[in-house]
Design a binder for this molecule. Structure first.
Ligand SMILES: [Zn+2]
Length: 95
């Protein structure tokens, strides 16, 4: 695959649904952020979900020593967690 192209394509469930059936109606997603309504998903304004998110991040930081910090990407409208953005240490940066 073209490396330059692949870095811009987002391979999510919608992508593969559309690929499998280009004419399919794949609108079972939130209007605000395009997140699937088929699954519950985590919300950053839900205390129990934030606990899970924090636990996940703590574990991720423990396992991946190259990760400096992790930011949350969430929808400003429905507060669904969309993803994590990891900042990595520079090669010569002090840890
Ligand atoms: Zn949303």
């Amino acid at each position: 695959m073209n490396k330059r192209l692949s870095s811009h394509v987002k391979f999510d469930r919608q992508y593969f649904k559309k690929k499998a059936n280009p004419k399919a109606d794949v609108k079972n997603v939130t209007k605000c952020c395009g997140q699937s309504l088929d699954r519950k998903g985590l919300k950053v304004n839900r205390k129990a979900d934030m606990k899970l998110i924090e636990d996940h991040i703590e574990e991720h930081l423990r396992i991946h020593s190259s990760v400096k910090n992790i930011k949350l990407n969430s929808c400003s409208n429905c507060k669904r967690l969309i993803g994590y953005i990891s900042e990595l240490y520079e090669r010569d940066e002090e840890r």
